[in-house]
Design a protein around this ligand. Structure first.
Ligand code: PLP
Length: 360
């Protein structure tokens, strides 16, 4: 070798693009582009973080025992089967890095989360992208793509950006049909918004090769703080813990997350708001001629008839100081992913789109 050379896969990575957060000339934009909590961070977490900050000259715990105990208590899980990360993105990185490398394959789906191809290449593994059927994950297509090189299947349920949910029966069928050397990762970033769905916990509980991930970034309103967790078989957790940096979570992250997970009133309030406004937004979008599937998350994917129509709808929203997410990179050039906001914010979205339709 004649020069410094990055590991295989690294140069295949296109940098992740987050939701837009600025609009030229608008001071207080309404940011509905990143599925953040419209109510902000829970006051209980802000208070815990502020208190914990006084102890930030001390290193944090390396085992996250207090946070794992709180998560275990609230969700009825075994604390020793939990691992915490810098966002659930880091937990996803633990599993892909620990279990896949050059020559191995990682499967994800057509409209899957844009971090999945990045994580695959970070591990030096080969990207295998399979089709979905009408914007829903297709279990048979995934199974047909499995080879002896497959190591991990990455699936968000509910999915982003479609908001669709693969039913428990289908999820179970997939978990049962995958070979034992393949890990099924069920990314539950939006689980709390899918009322009645357990996020794959029951599947992970009894299987050696199912990992569930969760985050504090969405319903808990702590996206800026970066905390997530995973739940899986002891063997997988032990492996992933070896590549986790001992101090990956700071004292303030740990304190805020623990307070947030114990704040079940907050969770209920946010679920109720989202359920109500999501139904309202979905109904209004359909009436305005923008197609949408029923969403099980905190956003709705609206599909215009043409890309030009979507451009015009986005321009109308931007003109009213509202940012949404275009999702061409996810296979929807005519799509607009709109985060569900408060009643007032949802009203602004509907008003802006109604005016646009009336004018055109
Ligand atoms: C937002 C999101 C995440 C969460 O990422 P964090 O690193 O926990 O902030 C994970 N998966 C999907 C599909 C998401 O949309």
């Amino acid at each position: 070798m004649t020069r410094i050379t990055p590991q295989p896969g690294i140069m295949d990575i296109a940098l992740y693009e987050g939701g837009q957060s600025h609009l030229a000339g608008v001071a207080d934009v309404l940011k509905l582009s990143s599925n953040e909590n419209p109510l902000g961070a829970p006051p209980s977490a802000v208070e815990a973080l502020t208190d914990a900050a006084r102890g930030m000259h001390l290193y944090p715990s390396t085992d996250h025992a207090a946070l794992r105990a709180a998560i275990a208590e609230v969700w009825g899980l075994e604390p020793e089967r939990l691992i915490c990360g810098v966002g659930s993105d880091e937990v996803l990185q633990f599993v892909t890095q620990a279990y896949a490398g050059p020559g191995d394959e990682i499967i994800y789906t057509e409209h899957g989360f844009s971090m999945y191809p990045i994580l695959t290449s970070m591990a030096g593994a080969t990207r295998i992208c399979v089709s979905e059927t009408n914007r829903v994950v297709d279990v048979d297509a995934i199974l047909a793509a499995v080879t002896e090189r497959t190591r991990v299947v990455l699936l968000a349920n509910p999915a982003n950006p479609t908001g669709t949910l693969l039913g428990q029966d289908e999820l179970e069928r997939l978990a049962d049909a995958l070979p034992p050397y393949v890990i099924l990762v069920i990314d539950g970033a939006y689980v709390e918004f899918a009322v009645g769905y357990d996020g794959g916990i029951s599947l992970a509980r009894n299987r050696a090769n199912v990992l569930v991930t969760r985050t504090f970034s969405k319903i808990y309103g702590l996206g800026g703080l970066r905390i997530g967790w995973g739940y899986g078989a002891q063997g997988m957790i032990d492996v992933m813990t070896r590549i986790r940096q001992p101090f990956n979570l700071s004292v303030v992250q740990l304190a805020a997350a623990e307070a947030a997970v114990r704040d079940t009133d907050w969770l209920e309030t946010c679920i109720a708001l989202n359920t109500e406004q999501r139904a309202r937004l979905t109904g209004a979008l359909r009436q305005l001629g923008l197609a949408c599937d029923d969403s099980h998350a905190n956003f709705v994917l609206a599909r215009a008839n043409t890309v030009e129509d979507a451009d015009a709808a986005e321009a109308a929203l931007n003109a009213n100081g509202i940012l949404i997410r275009r999702v061409a990179g996810y296979g929807f050039p005519e799509g607009l992913r709109i985060t569900v906001g408060t009643a007032e914010q949802t009203g602004r979205v509907i008003a802006a789109l109604t005016d646009w339709r009336n004018a055109s």
